[in-house]
Design a protein around this ligand. Structure first.
Ligand SMILES: [Zn+2]
Length: 171
């Protein structure tokens, strides 16, 4: 679904300030250009709005409070067909459960970044709550199984940021 997102009303100055991205916790990520951009739909708009502010969210079931990535028609935890998913902020902390190395740039905007690691992260909020993202530590900083990571954001266009991860040191 690629329905156009309604343009929000012009924010008041205070709200505009609140919408600015949070400063990076450690090591700001320089802006990247030329990447494919996310196309939010009615379901994912809240996720991308939060990401633009450097806040990681995941969908949470209104019935059983379990997190789900991605939100589907049915809650995978409680089986509700009316899960009322809403995006809630999560810590962005997790551990590496798997990874792959991307060596070829088949998408625009990644040529300067290959090779890079794509990590499969289990977030701390819930067992098996998995999210895949780029590892921004570079090709030399290979991940290991169970390595702690923290979310980081790549600013890919004005007002558009994509969640990724950084190694977070020894647990
Ligand atoms: Zn549920």
């Amino acid at each position: 679904m690629t329905a156009p997102r309604p343009r929000p009303a012009e924010p008041k100055p205070a709200e505009r300030h609140a919408a600015e991205p949070r400063p990076a916790a450690s090591g700001a990520v320089p802006p990247v250009e030329g990447r494919p951009l996310p196309v939010p739909d009615a379901v994912s708009a809240a996720y991308w709005d939060a990401a633009a502010r450097h806040v990681l969210t995941t969908a949470r079931c209104a019935r059983c409070r379990a997190f789900a990535v991605p939100p589907d028609q049915v809650c995978p935890a409680c089986g509700s067909s009316d899960p009322g998913f809403a995006f809630e902020e999560v810590s962005g902390r997790g551990v590496v459960r798997s990874w792959t190395v991307v060596r070829q740039s088949n998408l625009a905007g990644f040529a300067a970044d290959v090779p890079f690691y794509l990590v499969d992260v289990e977030l701390v909020e819930q067992p098996e709550l998995r999210m895949i993202g780029r590892l921004l530590d570079g090709a030399a900083a290979g991940p290991r199984l169970g390595a702690p990571v923290a979310v980081a954001f790549e600013d890919v266009a004005p007002g558009v940021a994509v969640p990724a991860f950084r190694l977070a040191g020894t647990p």
